[in-house]
Ligand binder design. Structure first.
Ligand code: SF4
Ligand code: SF4
Ligand code: FES
Length: 361
C-alpha cells in the first residue's frame, strides 16, 4: 500500500511528531521517520496481508493492538510501538514461531543461504520454552526444477512468496494449500515448478523472510565464505536491471537484486539475470581476441591487433564494393552510449546508413 495522494498531516509515534501521507500505513510513516517496527509478512511491493502479527502496535482509541503494516494513518493518530504489552506479545509470538520451526544448536531458527528475518527477530527475546509443534506440512519431493528449493519446515505461511508470484509476477504458480497445521505452499497437483506456469524468476526466494525458499545453485555456506557484494548492470537485455554479484574467492557464487526501492528493477529480476551466471567462469568462454590465420586457425591476439584487422577488413570491402556493401548490427545488450557510437561508426566513419539494432525488429 502507498500514499494515495500528496495530502500530508501529522501523527504521533512514540511521542515523536511524524509526517504522514493520506493512504499510507503506520509502518510506512514510521519507516520514513526512522522508527523501526519489526515485520515479517510485509513487503513494500505487495498489498498488506496482516498475516504474521509481528508488527502489532498500540493505537490510542483502539482496544486491540493493530497491524502496523495494514493500519492506515489518520490525522492526529497517536501510535505506540514499544510498550510492555507489545513486548509481551512479541515474546509469545516469536516463541510460538520457534516451537514450530527447525532450530539449530543455538536454539535459533536455522540460518540458510538467505537472510533470515525470523532468526534476527528471535535473537531479540529470551524465548518461552513451548512444546514443539508437530506440523506435517506437505513437501514437493519430486520437484526437480534446477533453481528453487522449498523446505516446508522453515515456512511460517506469511504468503509473501505467493503474493509476490501473483501481484508482481502475475504468474500464480504457487499457492497456500491445506488447512491448519497441514497448510503449505503448493503448486497445482504438487507438480515440479518447471511443469507449472512458473517463470523461475526467483522473486519468491528473495522475498521469503525465513529461508524456507532458497536457491539450489548457491553454496549453503555463503556466510562462512565471506562474500563481497559488487553492484553491476545486467547485460542480458537493454532494460538495465541492477544486480548485486556475490563474490567469493574471485568467483560469482550468487546473484541478487538490490533491495526494493533502490534501483529501477525494484528488487525484481528475471530467470536470466538471477540464475544465468555460470557462463562467467565457463571454461569455453572466449577471454581474449582471436584472429583467424592464413590456415583458418584462430590465434590469440591483442586488442590493438584485433581492431586493426577488423578495420582493414571493413575498409577493404568498402574499397572493392562501395560503402553500402557494409552493414552494421548493434545489440540491445549494449548501453545507449555504445549504440550511439555504433551508428556514428557506420555513418560518419564508413559512410553508410546500413545500421540496425536487434531491439528495432
Ligand atoms: S520463481 Fe517467480 S514465477 Fe516461479 S513461483 Fe517463484 S515468484 Fe512465482
Ligand atoms: S515459503 Fe517463505 S515467503 Fe512463502 S509463505 Fe513460507 S515463509 Fe513465507
Ligand atoms: S508484517 Fe504486519 S502482520 Fe505481518
Amino acid at each position: 500500500m502507498n500514499a494515495t495522494n500528496n495530502e500530508k498531516f501529522t501523527i504521533t509515534i512514540n511521542d515523536t511528531q511524524c509526517v504522514a501521507f493520506r493512504g499510507e500505513t503506520v509502518v510506512e510513516a514510521a519507516n520514513r521517520a526512522g522508527i523501526n517496527i519489526p515485520t515479517l509478512c510485509h513487503d513494500s511491493r505487495l498489498e498488506p496481508a496482516g498475516a504474521c502479527r509481528v508488527c502489532l502496535v498500540e493505537v490510542e482509541g483502539q482496544r486491540r493492538m493493530q497491524p502496523g503494516c495494514a493500519w492506515i494513518v489518520q490525522p492526529g493518530m497517536v501510535v505506540h510501538t514499544e510498550t510492555s504489552r507489545i513486548d509481551r506479545h512479541r515474546k509469545v509470538l516469536y516463541s510460538m514461531y520457534m516451537s514450530d520451526h527447525e532450530l539449530d544448536e543455538s536454539g535459533l531458527p536455522v540460518a540458510t543461504a538467505n537472510s533470515n528475518q525470523l532468526r534476527q527477530l528471535c535473537e531479540t527475546i529470551e524465548p518461552i520454552v513451548l512444546a514443539p509443534v508437530e506440523a506435517p506440512r506437505a513437501d514437493r519431493p519430486g520437484d526437480d526444477n534446477p533453481y528453487i528449493e522449498f523446505n516446508p519446515d522453515l515456512c511460517i505461511l506469511c504468503a509473501r512468496c505467493t503474493r509476490y508470484c501473483d501481484e508482481v509476477e502475475a504468474v500464480n504458480a504457487i499457492t497456500l494449500s491445506g488447512r491448519g497445521s497441514e497448510t503449505t505452499i503448493a503448486t497445482a497437483g504438487q507438480r515440479s515448478l518447471i511443469d507449472t506456469t512458473c517463470e523461475l524468476c526467483g522473486g519468491c526466494i528473495d522475498t521469503c523472510p525465513t529461508g524456507a525458499l532458497i536457491e539450489k545453485k548457491a553454496p549453503r555456506n555463503l556466510v562462512q565464505l565471506g562474500t563481497d557484494k559488487r553492484r553491476t548492470t545486467c547485460n542480458f537485455c537493454g532494460v538495465g536491471c541492477q544486480l548485486d554479484l556475490h563474490v567469493a574467492e574471485d568467483r560469482v557464487v550468487k546473484v541478487t537484486s538490490p533491495p526494493p526501492g533502490e534501483t529501477l528493477n525494484d528488487g525484481n529480476l528475471c530467470v536470466k539475470g538471477r540464475f544465468a551466471y555460470d557462463f562467467i567462469h565457463h571454461q569455453d568462454r572466449i577471454t581474449e581476441p582471436l584472429i583467424r590465420d592464413a590456415n583458418g586457425q584462430l590465434q590469440p591476439a591483442t586488442w590493438e591487433q584485433a581492431i586493426e584487422a577488423t578495420a582493414k577488413g571493413l575498409l577493404g570491402v568498402k574499397e572493392r564494393h562501395g560503402a553500402d556493401a557494409l552493414g552494421f548490427i548493434s545489440s540491445s545488450r549494449c548501453t545507449g552510449e555504445e549504440n550511439y557510437l555504433m551508428q556514428k561508426l557506420s555513418r560518419a566513419v564508413f559512410g553508410t546508413n546500413n545500421i540496425h539494432q536487434c531491439a528495432a525488429t
